[in-house]
Write a protein that binds this ligand. Structure first.
Ligand code: NDP
Length: 488
């Protein structure tokens, strides 16, 4: 791997068996800084030999790790959280170089969110128990056991957070993990692997292998892998889920969305506009749970659009390493082209652009935060996940109509409601088909709260106590204390 001028640079492409390793036989993957288009590093895709070594070392580390007490495992995870927090600035700069997200975001939302997960699941590790069931003499106990070696496969929008959200519950439960980051953002996860070793994890407990989808597929199909946790698009989720089915592996699928935000006439307009901005333009719109269909009740519609456009003009677009910047580039030229393609489709299908809509004339992959009005449910931009800074405003008249239209999608990741009428807020949320919902807030995802989707948006939950269920299994033991009564 070659890399220049990065403070916290990883030393090689992969992290396996507790150390950085290189395999020059792997295909080269250039790491592009999205703000300039420059190549800042080159990593190599994992050859089958590297994947094999990662799985072998994970299996032996897992056996040792599962033999430690929960308290001991938890201490290692909490120590890793402390190291991450102490190095937050270096890790945040690396995340910015990897993804192009502004430092003003990465300083508060990425490494720190990863640390929160390691701390939270570190604290839970010593509390994990099974159950005892009295049978009036005989009894049953059920032991909570780890699954074994888990594979984590990540998307490019939150590389550090995704790795930690998967690793923290997996390791707390006594599993090991082999993680494949997106080839677009391969750097940050290596630092997490290094920090876990510094914190006292056994070598091989958390390994990082680079590569394209074929490396992810190798993990998803390998019989040594007990569980696959993917963050990615619905089409990739379908492939990985069916590959995992071959060996009846456990899965967690954190997939895409086309989430609705419902803004009622009585909403606090500044809060609703703030929610729509957070739910569409944070991370340049590259967030799975974004509320990209903003349904606004007709009485508030025009004022809402006016304030939304005014406040969107306040975005500070620029160098992501400048902390004054609040809106950075998209992650890649390919993603920019895809998003601009959707803008063209929106225009061609008759929606009106009231803000943005253009590529920005500067190096890197920048486009303006873009707002469409006059969007109807049938339009492509209201149906497909764009994964960029494109917000669609749709007008509605009454509550039942809004709920029906919000639910008319294959996705079900998130949903939000803005209203001052709390009875209506809860009534509407109860009817919305989404796994992660917000009332008078949007896109806040504390580690304490389960996160995930319904319908095509996913299977399983990350974060909260719920994640423990997805990284452990129960062994039931019936204990007979009396004579065995057989029929013959
Ligand atoms: P992709 O689905 O393209 O890729 C996700 C990961 O899967 C990548 O590491 C990718 O590798 C890998 N992969 C691709 N094909 C296979 C395969 N056949 N077997 C195993 N692994 C494979 O998603 P993006 O990286 O483009 O991320 C954007 C998507 O992620 C959006 O749809 C977004 O909504 C979703 N997402 C969901 C989140 C959630 O929590 N619900 C959070 C963040 C994003 P490679 O990149 O090398 O092809």
């Amino acid at each position: 791997m070659t890399i220049a001028n990065i403070a916290a640079k990883p030393e090689a492409s992969h992290f396996v068996g507790g150390a950085y390793i290189e395999d020059e036989a792997g295909a080269a993957i250039d790491v592009i800084y999205p703000a300039t288009g420059e190549t800042i590093a080159t990593v190599r895709s994992a050859t089958p030999a590297i994947v094999d070594r990662a799985l072998e070392t994970a299996a032996s580390a897992q056996a040792e790790w599962a033999g430690r007490t929960g308290a001991e495992r938890g201490r290692v995870l909490r120590r890793a959280a402390d190291i991450i927090r102490a190095r937050n600035r270096d890790l945040s700069e690396l995340e910015t170089l990897d993804t192009g997200k502004p430092l003003s975001e990465t300083l508060v939302a990425d490494a720190s969110s990863g640390a929160d997960a390691l701390e939270y699941f570190g604290n839970l590790a010593a509390t994990l128990t099974g159950e005892h069931i009295a049978l009036g003499g005989d009894f049953v106990y059920a032991v909570r056991e780890p699954l074994g070696v888990c594979a984590g496969i990540g998307a490019w929008n939150y590389p550090t957070q995704i790795a930690c959200w998967k690793a923290a519950p997996a390791l707390a439960c006594g599993n090991a993990m082999v993680f494949k980051p997106s080839e677009v953002t391969p750097l940050c996860t290596l630092k997490i692997a290094q920090i876990l070793i510094e914190a006292g994890a056994p070598p091989g407990l958390f390994n990082v292998v680079q590569g394209y989808g074929d490396v992810g597929a190798a993990l998803a199909t390998d019989p040594r892998v007990a569980k696959v946790s993917l963050t990615g698009s619905v089409p990739t989720g379908q492939k990985v889920y069916s590959a995992a089915a071959g060996h009846m592996k456990h899965v967690t699928m954190e997939l895409g969305g086309k989430s609705p935000i419902l803004v009622f006439d009585d909403a606090d307009i500044e809060d609703a506009v703030g929610g729509a901005i957070l739910g569409n333009f944070y991370s340049s719109g590259q967030i799975c749970s974004n509320g990209t269909r903003v349904f606004v009740q007709r009485g508030l519609h025009d004022r809402f659009v006016e304030r939304l456009v005014e406040r969107t003009r306040g975005a500070v677009i620029g160098d992501p390493l400048d902390e004054a910047t609040s809106f950075g580039p998209l992650v890649s030229e390919a993603q920019l082209d895809k998003v601009l393609g959707y803008v063209d489709i929106g225009r061609a299908e008759g929606a009106e652009i009231v803000a943005g809509g253009n590529r920005i004339d500067r190096p890197g992959f920048y486009m303006e935060p873009t707002i469409f009005t006059g969007v109807t449910d049938e339009m492509t931009i209201a149906r497909e996940e764009i994964f960029g800074p494109v917000l669609s405003v749709l007008a509605f008249d009454d509550e039942d109509e809004a709920v029906a239209r919000a639910n008319a999608t294959e996705f079900g990741l998130a949903a939000g409601v803005f209203t001052r009428d709390l009875a209506r807020a809860h009534r509407v949320i109860a009817q919305l088909q989404a796994g992660t919902c917000f009332i008078n807030a949007y896109n806040l995802t504390p580690v304490e709260a389960p996160f995930g989707g319904v319908k095509q948006s996913g299977v399983g939950r990350e974060n909260g106590h719920a994640a423990i269920e997805h990284y452990s299994q129960l062994k039931t033991v019936y204990v007979g204390l009396g004579p065995v009564e057989a029929p013959f």
